[in-house]
Design a protein around this ligand. Structure first.
Ligand SMILES: [Zn+2]
Ligand SMILES: [Zn+2]
Length: 317
């Protein structure tokens, strides 16, 4: 499955605005991301224009923070997000190699609206964590993060198939339960089951039910039933993606939901917004306000990962 929900706003347009972007250089496809001995950079594919912008890694991190967690989040939350964003940018070097880039500027990778979007607080957070990354067994992890986990984080392997995403342990999160987006509801009319079935591969579906939960408590599978006893089992993530395509990302906002059949359709009541894996941005902000440190926040959401300097891993780009 492609990692189409890398951050946390599945419906957010991937074509980020380019106003204010500082275009440093255009590079031809295939050029190396950076050379040993030079400043560490990343090639960012600007989806709106197709241009590739080469940016220093640390300035990239400072510019990503406002788009991802907000430029004025408390320092410990900004710093935790900075370490996560840097880890992702290091682990995902060359993700868009086919397009001559490392990362794109949309939710597929990390939202980057241009270097000028950095704020004084985000620049301080990048500087305070310069070169620090999350690693497990000596390997930098492509640290996932999400808007609001809703009370418990997701196991990444229940969200993505790729081997680059670390299989983090789901953790309880009491910090985000009052956050906007922590609770949602959606009504799926019975008359829309056909459209959903068509999107998923069973066009005349008449019945829908939850068919399994992962060890993170999220819906891992649903079952669609059509006349004649024909059955289609789909993964929770695919169900949510199909609903997002049909009815927008604000419909099924996460795979952590209950589903109740009613005479006219199905009532979904859910928790959290986004894939739910890794650092919960709403929770991190609350934890920072409670006085938790950057490292305590990272240790909570990335259990088993260490915060280490890139240089200690022998990585220079
Ligand atoms: Zn991308
Ligand atoms: Zn949370």
């Amino acid at each position: 499955m492609p990692r189409t929900d890398a951050t946390c706003r599945p419906g957010r347009p991937a074509t980020a605005a380019v106003a204010g972007a500082l275009l440093l250089a255009l590079v031809p496809a295939g050029r190396a991301a950076s050379r040993p001995g030079t400043e560490v950079t990343r090639r960012i594919l600007r989806l709106a224009t197709g241009q590739v912008e080469v940016v220093p890694l640390e300035r990239y991190v400072a510019a990503v923070l406002p788009a991802e967690i907000g430029g004025n989040a408390p320092a410990a939350a900004l710093e935790a997000q900075a370490v996560a964003a840097r880890s992702y940018a290091v682990a995902r070097l060359g993700r868009h190699a086919d397009q001559g880039a490392d990362l794109c500027d949309g939710v597929h990778c990390q939202v980057f609206l241009g270097l000028r979007r950095a704020t004084p607080a985000s620049i301080r957070a990048a500087e305070a964590t310069a070169g620090l990354v999350l690693a497990i067994r000596g390997r930098v992890i492509a640290a996932p993060f999400c808007a609001v986990c809703g009370g418990r984080t997701a196991r990444p392997s229940n969200v993505w198939d790729d081997e680059e995403t670390p299989d983090l342990v789901p953790v309880e999160d009491d910090a985000c339960r009052q956050a906007p987006g922590a609770r949602w509801s959606f009504f799926l009319p019975r008359s829309s089951l056909g459209a959903l079935g068509a999107e998923l591969g069973l066009p005349d579906a008449r019945f829908l039910e939850v068919f399994g939960h992962g060890d993170d408590g999220r819906v891992s599978a649903l079952r669609l039933v059509a006349p004649g006893g024909r059955i289609l089992v789909v993964r929770g993530f695919d169900f949510r993606a199909a609903a997002s395509r049909l009815w927008g990302w604000g419909s099924v906002r996460s795979t952590d939901f209950d589903l109740a059949e009613q005479p006219r359709g199905y009532a979904l009541t859910g928790r959290g917004t986004g894939h739910g894996a890794g650092l919960c941005q709403a929770g991190a902000i609350v934890r920072a306000r409670r006085g938790e440190s950057r490292d305590a926040i990272l240790a909570h959401y990335y259990r088993g990962a260490e915060v280490v300097p890139l240089g200690s891993l022998g990585i220079d780009r």
